[in-house]
Write a protein that binds this ligand. Structure first.
Ligand code: HEC
Length: 115
């Protein structure tokens, strides 16, 4: 009985570590990194409604995620800025100024990306 509890605790602990940053990593690989990344389409004013909906959901997931390093409160602010910026583009496809600012790769990586 005691052994089972310890095993369960160990599993829970390993799941918790595995999830930190995983959503963010996947979003980076799928939506930021590719040559024709979705986030670049937004900047060019070419994102479709479906693209924007995907990005919105992704940034909401990112907001709930814990980054590799850095302060969670500032992370949440950065993700909220991305969410607000996507909503602006949803309302007006050429209103991409806030998005371009919020999606700045280096500014965010310097603070939150591990090596
Ligand atoms: C709001 C913050 C934020 C912004 C903006 C951002 N990133 Fe990231 N990115 C991260 C974090 C945090 C990680 C580290 C994820 C981890 O390993 O846990 C990361 C990791 C990555 C990775 C590595 C993924 C892997 O396989 O481990 C790539 C590639 C990447 N980002 C590309 C980009 C590009 C390109 C842009 C700009 C268009 C960008 N990111 C903008 C936060 C951001």
């Amino acid at each position: 009985m005691k052994k089972t509890a310890i095993t369960l605790l160990a599993i829970a602990a390993s799941l918790a570590t595995a999830s930190a940053g995983d959503a963010t990593k996947k979003i980076m690989k799928d939506l930021h990194k590719p040559e024709d990344a979705m986030c670049k389409k937004v900047g060019r004013g070419e994102a479709t409604d479906a693209d924007l909906a995907t990005l919105l959901k992704a940034y909401q997931d990112m907001c709930a995620d814990t980054p590799a390093k850095g302060a969670k409160a500032i992370w949440v602010e950065k993700c909220q800025a991305l969410i607000a910026a996507v909503k602006k583009v949803q309302a007006n496809k050429s209103d991409t100024g806030d998005f371009k600012k919020a999606v700045n790769c280096k500014a965010c990586h310097d603070m939150f990306k591990g090596k």
